[in-house]
Design a protein around this ligand. Structure first.
Ligand code: ADP
Ligand code: MG
Length: 243
């Protein structure tokens, strides 16, 4: 379980981006985080990925506890790739082909059978026609699928995904959705930020709505049909009007 209690984070001395956040991400589940732009979704994901040091709170990742404020003399043991994140910027190495991008982290880890595992992902995400190109020779949607494949090659127990379907067409999104459901059945905990409500409707075991510095509403995907707070209701109407 990835459990977060009373997490507060701010950049520098500004007021916190969010405060008092509690959430649980179980293995074998999909959690979808939605909310307006600039509300702190990416920042929260960076905290969950242990890339930021929150001011207060606790992050418990299976048997590993990270308590904040972090004592200056405590050694930080990173949880990667047990927990692996894919960011909007994707961070592909420009001087390596997409295939080399996917294989380099697993090779550094010394994993056997990497090539066969890559073949499986090439099939699943239909990467075959461009996997030997360089990142600048691939479309954003192609690079998004490659970045996801690179993360999955590391066999994480928890995977955190930030808006990685923004440039995918409907069919590709459906493909990724089906694959994430399969990962869930393989005991992986999935946390995903998206503006695609259909993703949340079709896959989420848990939906979190973040606004104004906290998780304002949470529940099953039913909250998208019948929001309990005015804030979520207003957000959903804006999205409905825009789509
Ligand atoms: P979202 O992902 O929901 O769009 P972000 O987490 O990216 O929101 O941003 C939340 C707030 O934190 C915004 O006001 C943003 O300007 C601010 N912010 C994001 N990154 C930084 C940073 N590195 N330094 C200072 N402020 C930041
Ligand atoms: Mg963001």
């Amino acid at each position: 379980m990835l459990s977060v209690r009373n997490l507060t984070f701010g950049y520098g001395t500004e007021r916190p981006v969010f405060a008092g956040v509690d959430l649980d991400i179980a293995p074998r589940s999909i959690t979808v985080l939605i909310g307006p732009s600039g509300t702190g979704k990416t920042t929260l994901l960076r905290c969950l990925a242990l890339l930021e040091k929150p001011q207060t709170g606790l992050i418990q990742l299976d048997d590993q506890a990270y308590a904040y404020p972090w004592p200056a003399d405590r050694t930080f043991v990173p949880p990667w790739p047990h927990l692996t994140a894919v960011f909007q910027q994707l961070f592909l190495w420009p001087h390596l082909t997409l295939r080399e991008n996917v294989l380099l982290p697993v090779r550094l880890k010394g994993t056997a059978h990497a090539d066969e595992e890559l073949d499986e992902l090439v099939q699943a995400f239909d990467l075959g026609s461009f996997i030997d190109r360089y990142p600048n020779e691939a479309s954003l949607g192609q690079r998004q699928r490659v970045a996801l494949a690179r993360a999955l090659m590391l066999k994480p127990r928890y995977i955190l995904l930030d808006e990685i379907t923004s440039a995918l067409d409907v069919e590709q999104v459906a493909n990724i959705l089906a694959y994430l459901k399969e990962l869930r059945s393989r005991d992986i905990g999935i946390f995903l930020i998206t503006h695609l409500l259909s993703f949340a409707r079709h896959a989420a075991d848990q939906v979190l709505f973040m606004a104004d510095g906290s998780i304002v509403e949470r529940g099953t995907s039913e909250i998208l049909r019948a929001p309990q707070t005015e804030r979520l209701g207003a957000f959903l109407s804006v999205i409905a009007a825009a789509s």
